[in-house]
Design a protein around this ligand. Sequence first.
Ligand SMILES: N[C@@H](CCC(=O)N[C@@H](CS)C(=O)NCC(=O)O)C(=O)O
Length: 255
Amino acid sequence: MEPILIYGFPAGSSMGLVACLEWLGRPYKLGRVDMLGEMREPSYKRITPRVETPVLITERGDVVTETIAIAAWLEARGPERRISFDPLSREAERMHQLMAFINTGFTGAFSPLWAAMEMQPSVPAMQSTLKEWGRENVIERHDRLEEMIGDTKFLIADHPTLADGILIGVARWLDIHQVADRARWPKLAALRERIEADPAVIYAMALENGEKCDRHRGMPGSCRAERGDRPVRRKVAANERARDGYRRPVARPPS
Ligand SMILES: N[C@@H](CCC(=O)N[C@@H](CS)C(=O)NCC(=O)O)C(=O)O
């Protein structure tokens, strides 16, 4: 059996791991789960009672959760070092440091913004506080990441690695929450542009948006929308659920 990555939509951080699998170049399968709907059902809870994405089902049928654990799993299966480095190298140290930074403080900074966006029923005073707190956190973590970016084309090297995949799944949340113009952090903006232009990322985003897209030819023109031609936006979906009387927990679990 090939390993299966279960990724979440809309706008799940797991999109970056789909790109990593593409870069890795080993056989894999994908499962796609609606985080605002079917992820809450008992069948998903049987896979992970923590009700989160991403989830990796290994060839042995074991369940691996947590982005960093899945990244470590991929790293161990890429002896060609396409998306990682010799474990004893400086590059490996730097990659692990950046992956941890992105998966903890950087990702967690968005939690108040998600909580405010998805709060049902709406509590304007609390939402406004959460938004203010979230915006400050996100800006501060972006400042720190900007300082950490070096002169390489991608985060660690001149080719994309696991760190770039983990970054790109989350970095777009800046735009979704309209925290600030990405140009405020020029190095990060340039890096995001390079990663987002990578065919594996275009492919992963097209899949996430429910579009049909040729593997390795993920250029916009080759993607065919399966369910509408607009990208699915988390807020739109959240609003639809709210309209239909769906109520999801206010707080997102911290990363
Ligand atoms: N620490 C976990 C956090 C995973 C996580 O929070 N995933 C989000 C999607 S990006 C999720 O499933 N949240 C549950 C929800 O939206 O209710 C990891 O890094 O894998």
